[in-house]
Design a protein around this ligand. Sequence first.
Ligand SMILES: NC(=O)c1ccc[n+]([C@@H]2O[C@H](COP(=O)([O-])OP(=O)(O)OC[C@H]3O[C@@H](n4cnc5c(N)ncnc54)[C@H](OP(=O)(O)O)[C@@H]3O)[C@@H](O)[C@H]2O)c1
Length: 303
Amino acid sequence: MTVRILQFGTTGQLARELLGQAKDFDVEITALSRAEADFADPAAVVAQLKAHPSDLVVLAAAYTAVDQAESERDLAFTVNAETPGRIAEAIGAEGPALVQVSTDYVFSGDKGAPYAPGDETAPANVYGASKRAGEQRILAACPRALILRTSWVVSAHGKNFVKTMLRAAGEGRPLKVVDDQFGRPTAARDLARFILGQAGRLAMAKAGDPVFGLHHFANAGEVTWKGFAEGVFALAYGAEAPSVAAGATADWPAPAKRPLRGTLDTADLQAAFGYAPRPWREAVAEIVSELKSLETSELGSAA
Ligand SMILES: NC(=O)c1ccc[n+]([C@@H]2O[C@H](COP(=O)([O-])OP(=O)(O)OC[C@H]3O[C@@H](n4cnc5c(N)ncnc54)[C@H](OP(=O)(O)O)[C@@H]3O)[C@@H](O)[C@H]2O)c1
């Protein structure tokens, strides 16, 4: 059966990968941009949901500006909690299955070990609090919802750590990177392919199936941002990789507090889906080579 997916969001990292990878799966995606469904306007989004019947709704639109959220609390909560909540309420028990993506920032980072989905949440910033409120609204309203918490999302597109680091190295800037925050990098493509690969099962599964509820998705391997940067440089430059100095979170005062170790434990994914995410280095190697080929084709077209 071809799964009819209604996707909110077209331009973000996850949204682009869902659209780009869909050809490998038995799915048909209708994707709505911010202009067509602005999450700052919950009623308009719910109207679109009703206008596009589907088997599975995937939310790939979110307020993701972590520092800006500290001064835009209302907007962050509308986009990340109110609108997803209203979508879940409109879907209820009878509508399509729902996939929402959430974040490791729902955790304080103080546990001293990776977090399982059932662990207590205690967001350290407005963004994390808004995403947690969205989780709660969805879980309360929709028994066929899967919430995938993920972390440190990267891809060849959009704004992300891999691109920022390669740009800094390319400009020959001195490289100093935070070495006291731990997490698990995640390729948007791996997350997208997981969602697309499970679409048929999610569309058919009944309420109470273990695929629904809270799960964690992140590529394998815990690392600090400095370790992540070194991994990216090793993949991009091999023996010529620039060296990276260790910084502390306190060296970069920012409006939003970050969890120091919000690392996600993904054992639940194996139990519910029989799926084990691959090591982040493998996934990031693909991003680095994609960026290199994009660069080559841009150079070619400029010549
Ligand atoms: N990026 C990370 O490191 C990370 C980590 C943990 C969890 N997550 C979660 O993973 C999911 C995907 O993240 P991502 O990295 O793909 O995010 P992203 O690249 O920042 O993309 C966000 C998307 O949301 C759209 N959007 C923002 N405000 C909107 C609004 N008012 N109405 C409709 N669309 C709106 C953006 O559209 P425009 O282009 O129009 O702005 C864009 O398509 C999100 O739920 C995020 O919370 C991300």
